[in-house]
Ligand binder design. Structure first.
Ligand SMILES: Nc1ncnc2c1ncn2[C@@H]1O[C@H](COP(=O)(O)OP(=O)(O)OP(=O)(O)O)[C@@H](O)[C@H]1O
Ligand SMILES: [Mg+2]
Length: 284
């Protein structure tokens, strides 16, 4: 199994660990993402995927390890600085500002690049900056611009989150279950968008439970279980890996099992995600 992308990585993690008391949510993960590459993270519920994204975006303190962007260590940088340097993300739980319109929410992403003093003036002056218009167009949310997040369907709210991340003009985009709760056509649309962004050179880290979508969309997969990497490499190799089959797909490993079969996102997982949407604000 390969452990590094063929091209020079824009973002790397080295021995990254995040422990919550005795819980080793992430325990020594190395990864690298190259420009124009989608690295997928696969793993069962609680395996540490979201915590890894939170570590990369400096939203949780690292227990150990290093992070670097373009070869420069950023382990000690605050989260807001990373956004300005080109790392954007979406969250597993939709996080839109409820009192702002869809357009205003997307504009918040682009505002990262405006000097602080002129931010408000700029917001008032312009309708939308080109990056915002492009993000809106690419995510297909043009009909929803004047609505508030509370009026949106789940799938549309998720697309607004992606638009907000794109409006920042990132070089690295981290997506935590961007299609959870979407139907198949919506999911295919988002996967197509991610592939187009990849072809334009964007480096992406994608967390999803839809195994078939991950195989179809990602250039490489990294499988996690209990905070550690259990496999990494070409998507079909990873999903056929005996350890991954047993950890993620809940199948006993062994040649008589007949290998990987495409699965829909786990219903139990989807239910758990919706439950989180309803009640819990604790995820990062
Ligand atoms: N703030 C926290 N405090 C304590 N434990 C946490 C915290 N955040 C996450 N954990 C624990 O860390 C482990 C990894 O959680 P994480 O949310 O990263 O998993 P995940 O792979 O994203 O799961 P899912 O597929 O359900 O989203 C779990 O055991 C979780 O309960
Ligand atoms: Mg998660």
């Amino acid at each position: 199994m390969t452990t590094a992308p063929a091209r020079t990585a824009v973002l790397t993690t080295s021995d990254v660990a995040v422990h919550f008391g005795g819980i080793k949510a992430v325990d020594g993960v190395d990864l690298g993402i190259a420009p124009g590459e989608i690295l997928g993270i696969l793993g069962p519920n609680g395996s540490g995927k979201s915590t890894l994204l939170a570590a990369v975006t400096r939203l949780v303190p690292l227990t150990r390890g290093r992070l670097s962007l373009d070869g420069t260590d950023y382990t000690g940088s605050p989260a807001y600085r990373l956004a300005r340097r080109g790392i954007a993300r979406t969250f597993q739980t939709v996080r839109l500002l409820p009192d702002l319109t869809v357009l205003e929410n997307v504009q918040l992403g682009a505002d990262l690049h405006l000097p602080r003093a002129s931010r408000l003036r700029e917001l008032l002056r312009r309708g939308a900056v080109p990056e915002v218009a492009e993000a809106v167009e690419r995510t297909g949310i043009g009909d929803a611009l004047d609505r508030r997040p509370g009026e949106l369907s789940y799938g549309t709210a998720r697309r607004v989150e992606i638009a907000r991340a794109l409006a920042a003009g990132p070089r690295v985009l981290l997506l935590d279950e961007p299609t959870a709760g979407m139907n198949q056509p919506e999911r295919r649309e988002v996967a197509g968008l991610l592939r187009r962004l990849r072809d334009e050179g964007l480096a992406q880290l994608l967390v999803e439970h839809d195994v078939q979508m991950m195989v179809d969309t990602c250039d490489r997969l990294l499988a996690m279980n209990q905070g550690v990497r259990i496999a990494e490499g070409a998507p079909t190799d990873v999903v056929e890996d005996a350890g991954v089959q047993s950890a993620y797909l809940g199948r006993p490993s062994g040649p008589q099992q007949g290998g990987f079969a495409p699965v829909e996102p786990q219903q139990s997982h989807l239910a758990a995600t919706r439950e989180r949407e309803a009640g819990r604000a604790a995820d990062r």
